[in-house]
Structure formats: structure tokens, C-alpha cells
Ligand binder design. Structure first.
Ligand code: GUN
Length: 291
């Protein structure tokens, strides 16, 4: 087994499978999976993410539309657009890129998306299904779902007897990640900024998931020898001596590599999986819609 988990290769293989399954779905039912990505305002990082989602959707053979709204769009206008997309039979997945501008309540917007088209898995219906272990019908948030696939490929589907520590308790990553690990029979601890003795706790982890958004916070000597380390962080450091901005994870990779049994790099680990899982959720939605 290769120690460095190649998320890019796994994601490419998954996208190839999705493209094949899409061709078959179209041939069998005439339904082409459709995804709508909505972006409000001009955050440059969000624009990059949104355009790569559109490209990947085309690669999968999906119908893909993007709505770009001005930064001063009102909450009611955005709700109106989502209601139209909810009613549009050509659209099976709706993604509203976060963060949203200040005048818009993101919580209300997320709850306006039909749970049947909520490919981000943020609607309370999908959050509840995941919490209840209803994995067959829930949309699971893409980053933890992609992380879980990488863990399964490394350790197999049953994590009985293994200790998992998730560092970070966000609704987008930490909490759904903990639920997925629990559903796979791991013994799960969720750590966060108020946790005491974090290094000691991390050293108990057979599976260590870092999702805090702090560059290289998890040190090499926090990693139990042989542990599987999943680094969800994508942190952009300012240009160094060579003038190039550097992308690093939440784990001090060079330190952690010798101790880990397997580890995801940044970039090329979890990142490519996130977008592949968005496509997978959209295909699942279209498949369900055709009955
Ligand atoms: N912004 C950063 N990550 C995400 C994500 O997973 N989904 C959405 N909708 N917006 C994001």
C-alpha cells in the first residue's frame, strides 16, 4: 500500500465511473443529470471553486448552469431563484456557494433548497438522516463523504475497534465526519478549540482527521505510529523567499509523514475528492428522480 493517499487519482477514477453511469442513465431514461451552482458577489476564491465545479460537471456529462448574482442581491431575490430551481425538472442538484454576503441569512437560504436537491447535504432533513444513520437516502456533505471514501480504501469499510479523532466541529466537515465514522463502527472523539490536552488525545487516534483551518497546527509527534491521517485543511500561506504562495494543510506534513501509516497530501488529497462527491451526489439525485 502506498503511504501517500493519492486523492487526485481516486477522484479521477470516481469521475470516470460517474461519466459512464451518466451515459447509461441517459440511454435508459433520457434524463441528463443537471446541476445549478449559484454564486452571489465576487469573492475570488469562490469564483475559482464555482468554475471548477462547472467544468467537472461538464466532464461528467451533466447539464450545468451557473447563476452569478451581484453582491447586493437581497435575500428575497435569492429565495425566489432557489424556488424556481426547486421547481425545475432539469435540475437535480442545487449548490449555493458559501459564504454569502452579510445581508443574506445563509441558514434561511440553505433551508429553502429542496432536501431532494440539496447535494451539499446542509439541509436539516439531510443532517437529520445522517445523524440517524440513514445513509442510503441522505445527501452527505461532500468533503467528509470524500474523506470517508479515502479512509475506506485504506482500512476497509468496517472500522470496529479503531479510535478516530476528528479535530474541528464545523457543520460542513467535523460533525458529519464524526457521524460517518460512527456509522462505520469507529470509536469517535470530536476535539475543538476548547479541548484540553489535544496532542495527547491525537496520539490515541488510529484515524486522525484534521479540519480546523489552521496551517500546520497538528504536529508530527501528535501522530500515533501507523495512524491514517486525513488532512482536510487548505490554507494559503503568503509568498515566501521564492515569491510563490504555498498551499498547506492543517497537519505539519513533513513531520507527520514518517509516523503515519497513510496520509493525504495538500494539495492532491481530500480537495479533489470533494468535487467528485458533489458530482456523485448529483448523479444519485437524478437517478432517484427517474424512479
Ligand atoms: N464554500 C466552501 N465550501 C463549500 C461547500 O462545501 N459548499 C458550499 N456550498 N459552499 C462552500
Amino acid at each position: 500500500m502506498n503511504k501517500i493517499i493519492d486523492g487526485k487519482a481516486v477522484a479521477e477514477a470516481l469521475v470516470a465511473e460517474i461519466r459512464d453511469a451518466t451515459e447509461q442513465l441517459v440511454a435508459r431514461t433520457g434524463t441528463q443529470p443537471g446541476i445549478a451552482v449559484v454564486i452571489v458577489g465576487e469573492d475570488p476564491a469562490s469564483q475559482v471553486y464555482v468554475s471548477s465545479k462547472g467544468k467537472k460537471a461538464k466532464e461528467c456529462g451533466f447539464h450545468s448552469i451557473q447563476h452569478t448574482l451581484p453582491g447586493d442581491t437581497s435575500e428575497d431575490e435569492l429565495v425566489g431563484l432557489i424556488e424556481r430551481l426547486n421547481a425545475d425538472n432539469a435540475i437535480h442538484g442545487i449548490l449555493v456557494q458559501l459564504p454569502l454576503p452579510k445581508q443574506i441569512d445563509a441558514g434561511r437560504i440553505i433551508q429553502t433548497i429542496s432536501p431532494d436537491k440539496d447535494v451539499d447535504g446542509f439541509h436539516f432533513v439531510n443532517v437529520g438522516k445522517l445523524g440517524a444513520g440513514e445513509l442510503d437516502t441522505a445527501f452527505v456533505p461532500c468533503t467528509p463523504a470524500g474523506s470517508m471514501l479515502l479512509i475506506e480504501r485504506t482500512l476497509g469499510p468496517d472500522l470496529s475497534g479503531l479510535n478516530a479523532v476528528v479535530v474541528g466541529r464545523s457543520n460542513i466537515v467535523g460533525k458529519p465526519m464524526a457521524n460517518l465514522l460512527l456509522a462505520a463502527n469507529a470509536t469517535v472523539t470530536v476535539a475543538h478549540s476548547r479541548t484540553k490536552n489535544l496532542p495527547e488525545l491525537c496520539r490515541t487516534a488510529d484515524i486522525l482527521v484534521a479540519a480546523v483551518g489552521r496551517p500546520e497546527m497538528i504536529k508530527g509527534d501528535w501522530v500515533k505510529p501507523g495512524a491514517v491521517v486525513i488532512d482536510v485543511g487548505i490554507n494559503r500561506l503568503p509568498p515566501g523567499d521564492n515569491g510563490k504562495a504555498r498551499l498547506v494543510g492543517d497537519v505539519a506534513y513533513d513531520e507527520a509523514l514518517p509516523a503515519a501509516g497513510a496520509i493525504t497530501p495538500v494539495p492532491g488529497g481530500v480537495g479533489p475528492m470533494t468535487i467528485a462527491l458533489l458530482m456523485s451526489n448529483t448523479l444519485a439525485s437524478a437517478t432517484r428522480a427517474t424512479g
